[in-house]
Design a protein around this ligand. Structure first.
Ligand code: GRA
Ligand code: FAD
Length: 662
């Protein structure tokens, strides 16, 4: 059957013809410099030239088991390809590229992230020497097994026990109840032969809280489960179905004393406990992973935006002016309002992820020399940014899907898969509400410390009781960010007042905390977004001296849109605390609409500059050439239902129904 393909590519040609900035320069900024762009492209070229990394059949048409095997095939191929060409898996992770070839959950991702990070961050020198080379060369394959059926958030409530037996110098690992079963760890079901396991340490009958242990789960030759261990896969999930998320139970399983990770806390042969410098140092892998998730969320959001914005430039629908040709849907202001604030969000998250990484590197260096004072701030920043980044990426990706109308619902748009992959990020590595409450704890503590005259760390210094008055005009970027800061200060002050009032009226501090927790979560969200605005403004003003005027203008517009949008979202608070008035809000709303129209002109070029190739976008709607309809049509032909004109189902069910006398 021949199909008439409408000529779509001219739309994108016209869009690209309107570009007034140097795309390559913007690409370099997003990558972190020209050298990193060049490195990313070298990796991409190498991957594109490895046909084994691609799918013959869409995973949608494979069985659960075949999906897993297929992803494992590609994951192992990816690791060997990188290794052979002198790259590390870290290169593929930090550029995002390699991971996008793995469509539905990479069965080696926990190994290359949390398993290796735990070995690097929690081992003493002997353990590091023993385990790191084995893990780096994939001689052992592991995961991070912390969450249990009964407890994920409340790590102190985990039930798996590790009881020291000083007669044999071993720990006995045990799952005393069904709820103690480890549940969820990625790659635990069938891939891993080792796991780092979080368990309650018992010495001489006393519990010392959660500690981390290296545990072998499977024989290294036969891959069979070792005695004393039960392990398997937990079954289908919303997404990431080839990540073999697993369960694990121990039945008095013994491991040597030397298998407790001993960088921070130690157990001596005779069963004495040596305390760590800070009680939460064993949570270090989680903090590191949260930092990585901020990048990951921004990358996934950018894929969705490229797809939706290119599609919106190619898709024509309805009449804006009666009788005129159908416009590109990107010309509708409502479409711009759906997509462009999320485009601004992507840039904001990317700059904030970089700032957070610097805090992480600085804090880690401090920890190396015994300085623990930056840890609470890193915990608060990484928790808040992880939560905002994943919330916004999920919301943004879903808006991108909706903005593509019906076709966004097609698997071949790739939007459903991007959505399900990032949606898991709201829950894993600390459920977002819970993480916001950790941030709120830090905010309230800081606010109270400031009332007692203490100096506050940099990310919360704007909360001090007597802040310097803002000199920037309200409508400048700085002025509006200061207004947002004043809003957060007001919210935190209000939360503190309500907490105090409840305590004064006889509630316990914990009951008061719960009674204020909706407001506290809002404080944490607002604080984190204020931090993001600050990072965005700082990054753009710093770049100002070094970049061409075209690129600077685009970044300035995106930053402005981000701030205006945030002010409008927070209008209620800002009006209540007097940081803005109704007149200012009206002009901010008008300016936002104007800015949408301005940014729309170069929107396709901006997403082009994110520079993600078609093979990594994997979308019928988002390809570079805009040949949307031909691609959708061709993908549909691959459906197994189209292999024959009449399916078995017809003979088995439909025909009998039609013949029955109902
Ligand atoms: C929620 C908390 C933070 C609560 O911990 P808690 O011991 O009950 O603490 P609390 O009494 O509320 O506060 C005590 C104190 O501990 C501090 N704290 C807590 N965590 C850290 C940290 N990491 N660094 C530095 N400090 C930390 C808190 O700020 C509190 O400090 P404060 O008392 O206020 O001075 C914790 O239990 C937690 O992190 N829960 C989330 C569990 C989680 O993230 N699991 C991840 C599993 S792995 C995974 O999901 C991998 C997915 C990856 C993939 O599939 O790709
Ligand atoms: C795809 C995926 C992959 C995962 N991979 C891993 C892995 O590799 N390794 C691993 O160990 N784990 C993994 N997990 C588990 C994950 O870390 C936990 O699911 C997560 O920490 C949340 O814990 P939970 O499931 O117990 O939720 P719960 O804590 O039971 O949360 C349920 C609800 O209760 C609320 N709640 C809980 N505590 C509080 C509180 N203190 N205050 C207010 N509200 C609260 C939450 O906000 C939420 O609304 C994974 C999970 C998923 C979905």
């Amino acid at each position: 059957m021949s199909v008439v393909v409408p000529e779509c590519c001219d739309d994108l040609k016209r869009e690209r013809g309107r570009c007034l900035f140097n795309k390559e320069e913007l690409t370099n900024i997003l990558d972190g410099g020209p050298k990193l762009t060049e490195k990313r492209r070298r990796i991409e070229k190498m991957l594109i030239n490895t046909p084994e990394l691609f799918d013959d059949v869409s995973p949608d048409y494979l069985s659960h088991e075949d999906r897993y095997s297929n992803e494992l095939r590609k994951a192992t191929q990816l690791m060997t390809t990188l290794e052979k060409n002198g790259f590390t898996y870290n290169d593929a992770v930090t550029t995002g590229t390699g991971l996008w070839l793995l469509m539905d959950g990479n069965p080696l991702s926990l190994h290359i992230s949390m398993f290796l990070d735990t070995i690097k961050g929690q081992s003493n020198p002997q353990q590091l020497q023993e385990w790191l080379p084995l893990a780096e060369k994939f001689k052992i394959i592991g995961t991070y097994a912390q969450t249990e059926l009964g407890h994920g958030t409340f790590v102190r409530g985990l039930e798996t026990t590790a009881t020291y037996d000083s007669t044999t110098k071993e720990f006995v690992l045990h799952s005393p109840t069904i709820t103690a079963t480890k549940w969820w760890p990625g790659a635990l079901g069938k891939t891993s032969n080792h796991a780092v396991v979080m368990a309650q340490l018992y010495l001489g009958g006393k519990c010392y809280g959660p500690h981390i242990f290296m545990v072998q789960l499977r024989d290294l030759e036969t891959h069979r489960t070792l005695p004393g261990i039960v392990v398997g896969e937990i079954g289908p999930r919303l997404g990431m179905n080839s990540n073999d998320n697993g369960f694990l139970q121990f039945n008095h399983h013994r491991i040597p004393l030397t298998n407790m990770f001993m960088k921070h806390s130690q157990v001596t042969e005779d069963g004495k406990y040596v305390k760590p410098l800070h009680s939460k140092l064993s949570y270090g892998t989680m903090v590191q992973t949260r930092v990585g998730i901020v990048y990951h969320a921004s990358r996934e959001l950018s894929r969705a935006l490229i797809i939706a914005i290119r599609y919106s430039a190619v898709r024509h629908q309805s009449e804006m002016v009666p009788g005129d040709p159908e416009p590109q849907i990107l010309d509708y202001q409502t479409q711009q309002y759906k997509l462009l604030p999320h485009l601004a969000s992507f840039f904001a998250l990317r700059f904030s992820a970089r700032a957070l990484l610097e805090v992480f590197i600085g804090t880690s260096a401090g920890l190396g020399s015994g300085k623990m004072n930056m840890l609470p701030e890193l915990h608060a920043l990484s928790s808040g940014l992880k939560a905002v980044a994943t919330n916004d990426a999920v919301k943004g990706t879903d808006i991108c899907r909706l903005a593509c109308g019906g076709h966004g619902y097609l698997s071949s748009s790739n939007l459903p898969r991007i959505y399900t992959a990032i949606a898991a990020g709201i829950t894993y590595e600390g459920e977002n509400t819970v993480l916001f409450l950790q941030v709120a704890r830090y905010l309230i503590k800081s606010f109270r410390a400031s009332s007692q005259g203490q100096t506050l760390p940099f990310s919360v210094s704007y909360l001090r009781v007597q802040p310097p008055s803002s000199h920037a005009p309200l409508m400048s970027d700085r002025g509006l960010v200061d207004a947002l800061g004043a809003g957060v200060r007001w919210m935190v002050g209000e939360a503190e007042r309500r907490l105090q009032q409840l305590v004064d009226s006889g509630h316990s501090p914990h009951a008061a905390w719960n009674a204020c927790s909706v407001h506290l979560v809002q404080c944490a969200d607002a604080h984190t977004r204020y931090y993001i605005c600050e990072q965005f403004v700082d990054a753009v003003s710093k770049l100002g001296e070094t970049v061409s005027s075209g690129v600077h203008e685009v970044l300035r517009q995106l930053c402005r849109l981000y701030i205006l949008h945030r002010v409008i979202q927070t209008a209620g608070i800002l009006l209540r605390c007097g940081a803005v008035d109704g007149k200012a809000l009206t002009s901010i709303e008008e300016e936002e609409c104007h800015l949408l129209a301005t940014l729309r002109i170069q929107a396709v070029s901006i997403v082009d500059a994110i520079d993600i190739k078609d093979v990594f976008l994997k979308s019928t709607l988002g390809a570079w050439d805009g040949n949307v309809y031909q691609r959708i049509y061709e993908e549909a032909q691959k459906s197994p239902l189209n292999k024959s004109d009449v399916t078995q189902g017809y003979y088995q069910y439909l025909r009998p129904l039609m013949k029955a006398n109902l």
